[in-house]
Design a binder for this molecule. Structure first.
Ligand code: ZN
Length: 203
């Protein structure tokens, strides 16, 4: 199983980090060892002093595919979910400055929170699904899939040009604005259309 993440897919988040709007989706991979074991707390790694939460809508692939056309992309997934792409922002900023790959800032152990999934038939329009992240009971990130620069079907088509998609692979579709540092004892809760999809304690 692999995790493919999309960077810079919401304009308000691009602006908050003063990034350039990309002309093509920005992709990176998290290894399977990055998945936070269900129910475990997230332990802030000692190599970073600035780990950020990035709440993201997840797409679970249900069929093997390569060079998938956007118009057929919906056949390759039947569930969407919610998760967190934990990012060691201090490490990432240094790597970005040097033009180096972001992997260690994004793919470290526990950096991929994968919450519950819901059948996509549950939603009238997958490109109009709201989601939010609460930190210690306060909303810190709020997004809607209608604001994606690249929609889910376009992402699947784009990703599958480079990486064969396999059953069980998960796409992290990018984060809206509101990313911030997590601290020990923080409680993070993610909601998709008001339904709780995960709850994580930070240590
Ligand atoms: Zn992200």
């Amino acid at each position: 199983m692999k995790i493919i993440c999309v960077g810079r897919n919401y304009i308000d988040h691009i602006n908050e980090l003063s990034n350039q709007k990309p002309t093509e989706p920005v992709l990176f991979i998290k290894p399977d060892s990055s998945v936070l074991i269900n129910g475990s707390p997230f332990v802030i790694p000692e190599f970073s002093n600035d780990v950020h939460h990035e709440v993201e809508v997840l797409v679970k692939i249900c069929k093997v595919g390569k060079y998938i056309q956007p118009k057929f992309a919906d056949k390759y997934y039947n569930q969407i979910g919610l998760g967190i792409d934990f990012t060691a922002r201090d490490i990432q900023s240094k790597l970005k400055e040097k033009g180096l790959p972001w992997e260690i800032s994004k793919g470290f152990d526990g950096s991929a929170v994968i919450g519950n999934f819901v059948d996509k038939t549950h939603f009238q329009d997958l490109q109009n699904v709201s989601f939010e992240l609460k930190k210690n009971n306060e909303i810190v990130q709020k997004g809607n899939t209608k604001d994606m620069l690249w929609q889910i079907n376009e992402l699947i088509a784009y990703v599958s040009q480079f990486f064969t998609l396999k059953t069980g692979d998960i796409i992290f579709t990018g984060t809206p604005s509101g990313v911030s540092k997590v601290n020990p004892n923080d409680e993070l809760e993610g909601f998709l259309e008001g339904e709780k999809m995960f709850s994580i304690k930070v240590m």
